[in-house]
Ligand binder design. Structure first.
Ligand SMILES: [Cu+2]
Length: 326
């Protein structure tokens, strides 16, 4: 009701405007906003410059991501509309890994990514393999003297960051939000931590009472993903996806950037997995088992009398007692 009457169900309103400035913009309703946003009512608008613009470079590829989030109870179909922060589905253009296409580029091409955030929290978006520059924001192109290099750029609520890079490293590079629970599906929420807990035999005993009972693995959550538990309808696993060397164990805001020397200009098809040149991949250590060095053997710190003389190994304990953190 501030600038126009609300658009009632079944009605159509017409918006006419002159696209005065080139840039990347987002739109969404302000009527019954939490409901409309929680249900995914949002989009992006790009105005390209007419002719050359002094602050807008020519690029070979121009990608656009809208970051969005939903809270859908596993097994249900309708997003919860009163969730304020604890969403459980984090997506790029409403897609989650592995149900998302890779970004592709030919070696040596200039690539632009425009990333807008209409979720209720910030997203530090990280690209592996390259360094980029922030060349534009929601307010327009950044003056050339004010651009800065990054590998992770934080995109606050309502902001847009336009980044550009030279695709100068061939490979399959991860592109993801750096909040690790944002690269995870809904099933990862509210799972108890069982790291270090020896629960051998316990599961079988509980399964006599609750046949489909499962616990979080004592080595972490990936064990659980690999168990291929039966999922409720309309629910994706908490971490999934297969790569050329096994489980990728991702979900949510994750995809890949595939840079290839033989990708044709303008070709956006997935080139498949990258073949790593010999000698460039991590390999298993085959030598003698490594022992932690005893602290008594460490040389004394200069100017610190008493250190390094028959002291027992240091006992380190993490700070405890801060309950109720979320
Ligand atoms: Cu995020």
């Amino acid at each position: 009701g501030l600038n126009q009457p609300q658009i009632q169900p079944g009605k159509t309103f017409v918006y006419e405007f002159v696209a005065r400035r080139p840039g990347t913009f987002m739109y969404h309703p302000h009527a019954d906003e939490m409901t409309q946003m929680a249900m995914g009512m949002m989009g992006m608008w790009i105005t390209h410059p007419k002719g050359r613009h002094p602050l807008i470079n020519d690029v070979d590829r121009d990608y656009c991501f809208l970051l969005n989030a939903f809270d859908v109870e596993p097994g249900s179909m309708t997003p919860k509309i009163n969730t304020m922060l604890d969403f459980n589905i984090w997506s790029f253009n409403s897609r989650v890994f592995p149900g998302i296409s890779p970004l592709v580029a030919r070696l040596g091409e200039r690539v632009r990514m425009r990333v807008g955030n209409l979720t209720m929290t910030n997203h530090p978006v990280h690209v592996h393999g390259i360094e980029f520059e922030v060349t534009g924001t929601d307010g327009g192109p950044v003056p050339k003297t004010a651009r800065w290099p990054e590998v992770t750029t934080d995109i606050a609520v309502g902001q847009m960051r336009q980044i550009e890079f030279l695709a100068d490293e061939p490979g399959d590079w991860a592109v993801h939000c750096h909040k690790s629970h944002h690269t995870m599906g809904a099933m990862g929420h509210d799972v108890p931590t069982m790291i270090g807990v020896d629960h051998r035999g316990l599961v079988q005993k509980i399964q006599k009472l609750v046949p489909d009972y499962m616990v979080m693995g004592e080595r972490g959550m990936a064990d659980m993903g690999e168990m291929e538990m039966e999922l409720p309808v309309n629910t994706f696993p908490m971490m999934t996806g297969a790569g050329p060397y096994g489980a990728v164990e991702m979900g949510g805001m994750f995809t890949t950037l595939k840079v290839r020397a033989d990708q044709k200009p303008g070709d956006y098809t997935d080139p498949g997995w990258y073949t790593l040149p010999a000698g460039t991949q991590a390999y298993e250590y085959q030598g003698a088992p490594l022992q932690p060095a005893p602290s008594a053997a460490q040389p004394a710190m200069p100017g610190m009398p008493g250190h390094g003389h028959n002291h027992p190994p240091a006992q380190v304990r993490k700070p405890m007692g801060h309950g109720n953190h979320h």
